[in-house]
Design a protein around this ligand. Structure first.
Ligand SMILES: Nc1nc2c(ncn2[C@@H]2O[C@H](COP(=O)(O)OP(=O)(O)OP(=O)(O)O)[C@@H](O)[C@H]2O)c(=O)[nH]1
Length: 391
């Protein structure tokens, strides 16, 4: 990864990060005041990263959203403040991500946790799978049960983290054990309605990006519409798999409804890295101005197994990455025409969202029509798309 790319992509992040505020018993009033007056008091949902000390929360945030290499996280200092990370300036993922310090007594009576949970979309609880996790499970139960009582709409996500150190058998066994114990604790507290989702994650491979993708997708109201658009697009273009990527984070916002295999996802992530790196080295102006990713961004990579990877810009933050066979790529004209319709439809979906948000009109969503040619079907999908605000 070139330095230019990191600067380019991280430029606007750096300006907004860290918008942290002190935390600790002496800082609580100041923190609450900051939270109420801060932009997070707007409608953007929060994703909270919680868990015991050294479980890997800051590393996850830095690797996924700040392009930090996994090895560099070894030198991260323990977090002793809440880091509120607003990544919306440079990413489609328009959320605030709050990284909580592991050691704080979150349930200190002077601390208004209700206010925090009320505006929360997802709570990610990180458990270090290489450590004894009994204490973490107790903390998980306490955290999710309190949060659920305040806001039952929160998505509760458990990252069984650092699994790179475990054998495959050990991974499965750890996941089964944590799943069982966490749900037993909930059943004992009559909280069966509280649903926990579990993911095996590590910052040393793509599992953390894949898990974060799933967390973020649950918070995107337009997801069914995006999936429909992708299904129609690939079935009319002879494409095997398509991902709609947030370029900065490499989180996939949506994919068609065929199953995702990790290798395809990794291949597409690697393609994004290659494209942006090459673009930074050879695509910027002599004075270093310009963008590594813009309207012109497009790449075709032919692999030696008759597979073609095809990347095209969709919006300022999104790229479509497709996997297809060489013989299907012979009909590139058709693919490009369908892509043009797809792109237009995506823009319309989000235009409807933002105008709906401005006027406050609530429009019922409906699934796209299944008849008609590619263009009209895509258009109808877009116009019928879930016109709610993205975030
Ligand atoms: N093996 C392995 N180590 C990891 C992984 N993720 C994080 N770590 C390491 O775990 C240690 C702690 O990571 P942090 O991100 O600082 O943990 P934290 O939860 O933010 O800790 P506090 O700030 O004290 O709450 C660091 O040395 C990381 O390099 C992972 O996926 N695998």
């Amino acid at each position: 990864m070139s330095m230019e790319y990191e600067e380019q992509l991280a430029g606007s992040l750096v300006d907004s990060f860290p918008k942290d505020f002190g935390y600790g018993v002496e800082n609580m009033d100041m923190m609450q005041e900051n939270m109420e007056n801060s932009p997070s008091a707007d409608n953007k949902p929060r994703i909270l990263l919680m868990g015991l000390r050294r479980s890997g929360k800051s590393s996850i945030q830095k690797v996924v959203f700040h392009k930090m290499s996994p090895n560099e996280t070894l030198f991260l200092e323990s977090t002793n403040k809440i880091y509120k990370d607003d990544i919306s300036g440079s990413s489609f993922v328009n959320f605030h991500i709050w990284d909580f310090p592991g050691q704080v007594d979150f349930f200190d009576p002077t601390f208004d946790y209700e206010m925090i949970f009320r505006g929360t979309g997802a709570l990610i609880f990180v458990i270090d799978a290489q450590d004894d996790y009994v204490e973490a499970l107790g903390r998980l139960h306490l955290t999710v049960s309190r949060a659920f009582r305040v806001n039952p709409e929160i998505n509760f996500e458990v990252f069984i983290h650092k699994v790179d150190g475990l054998s495959d058998d050990h991974k499965i066994e750890t996941q089964r054990d944590i799943h069982q114990r966490a749900n037993d604790d909930l059943a004992d507290a009559s909280l069966e309605k509280l649903h926990l989702s579990f993911y095996l994650t590590s910052i040393y491979d793509h599992s953390i990006f894949e898990a974060f993708s799933k967390v973020v997708q649950k918070l995107i109201p337009q997801l069914p519409t995006l999936e429909n658009l992708l299904n129609i697009f690939i079935s009319n273009s002879g494409i095997e798999k398509a991902f709609l990527f947030d370029v900065v984070s490499k989180i996939y916002i949506a994919t068609d409804s065929s199953p995702v295999d990790m290798q395809s996802y990794e291949l597409c992530c690697d393609m994004i890295d290659v494209v942006i790196d090459v673009s930074c080295i050879y695509g910027l102006k002599d004075d270093g101005n310009g963008n590594a990713y813009d309207k012109e961004s497009l790449a075709i990579i032919k692999l030696n197994n008759t597979t073609v990877l095809y990347l095209k810009e969709v919006t300022k933050f999104l790229a479509l990455v497709c996997i297809l066979r060489e013989e299907s790529f012979e009909r590139k004209g058709l693919i490009d025409y369908n892509f043009h319709c797809f792109r237009k439809a995506i823009h319309e979906v989000f235009e409807v969202s933002s105008s709906t948000q401005r006027t406050g009109v609530a429009v019922q969503s409906s699934p796209p029509s299944s008849s008609g040619n590619g263009l009209s079907r895509l258009k109808s999908a877009a116009l019928n798309g879930t016109p709610r605000s993205l975030v």
